[in-house]
Design a protein around this ligand. Structure first.
Ligand SMILES: *[C@@H]1O[C@H](CO)[C@@H](O)[C@H](O)[C@H]1NC(C)=O
Length: 249
């Protein structure tokens, strides 16, 4: 119909895009070539490139800000006089997870204590997401931790999934020293995401330089305070004594 030598040249044609997901379908877009207009539909952000349609007969559907909700089957039908052509294609939108660690700040751990940490991956699609945990000590070496479990996944109204990994750290089994950086990793087809939290182990070996300096500081302040207090007492005491002396005289 775009070729002037074709018998269909100038004939009216129509384009229809339908969406289907799990047995339910709806009309997304309908174009009428006679009026060169789109019919009103409820679908937001769905359009055609009119220039490409007129010049090349390219009736591609353009979806703005495609989201996981747009995943499904799209059926394009072109109607010409005495002719109908149809093609279906599947669209899958991949969305990597957002991660959050609970608790977001870990309590100070005592060696021998067991610590529970949760990492929630949310807003991702499709399944699956693969969890792993790492800890990087003060020496800069990373260790993988495998003492974790993974909950079943949940699906939200927007068809994205969420899933949680629960890690249990037995500080007595790990040679953690003063602690380290704990990282939750979620590998997904849409991209791998990681998030970290600091783990501090207290009461481990000798105090650090910072601790020692703080202790010296505190000692100095205390010493100064005691000196000051004793000075005010003795000086006011001697003033009283002076007065007494004068009276007696
Ligand atoms: C048709 O248009 C779409 C969207 O602009 C573009 O991605 C595609 O490459 C075009 N196809 C052809 C055959 O020109």
């Amino acid at each position: 119909w775009i070729n002037p030598s074709s018998p269909l040249y100038g004939a009216g044609f129509a384009v229809e895009w339908r969406y289907q997901f799990r047995g339910r379908g709806r009309l997304i877009l309908a174009y009428d070539g006679k009026t060169d207009r789109l019919a009103d539909t409820q679908e937001e952000g769905a359009t055609l490139d009119f220039e490409a349609l007129h010049e090349k007969g390219n009736a591609s559907l353009l979806l703005q800000e495609a989201k996981v909700l747009h995943s499904g089957t799209y059926i394009c039908t072109v109607y010409l006089p005495h002719l109908l052509a149809q093609v279906a294609l599947d669209l899958e939108i991949e969305e990597p997870p957002s991660l959050s660690i609970h608790p977001s700040t870990l309590p100070l751990a005592v060696p021998g204590q067991t610590i529970n940490v949760q990492c929630e991956a949310s807003g991702f699609a499709p399944l699956p997401v693969e969890f792993s945990w790492e800890i990087k000590g003060a020496d800069g070496k990373s260790k993988t931790l495998d003492s974790f479990s993974v909950t079943g996944h949940r699906q939200a109204w927007d068809r994205t999934f969420s899933q949680t990994s629960r890690l249990e750290i037995d500080t007595s089994k790990l040679d953690l020293g003063r602690g380290g950086e704990l990282t939750c990793v979620a590998a997904h087809a849409g991209g791998t995401r990681r998030t970290s939290v600091t783990l501090n182990v207290i009461g481990f070996s000798s105090p650090s330089i910072e601790d020692s300096m703080a202790m010296v500081g505190v000692a100095l302040v205390l010493y100064g305070l005691i000196k000051f207090v004793s000075w005010t007492f003795t000086s006011s005491g001697s003033a009283e004594a002076d007065k007494q002396d004068k009276k007696e005289k």
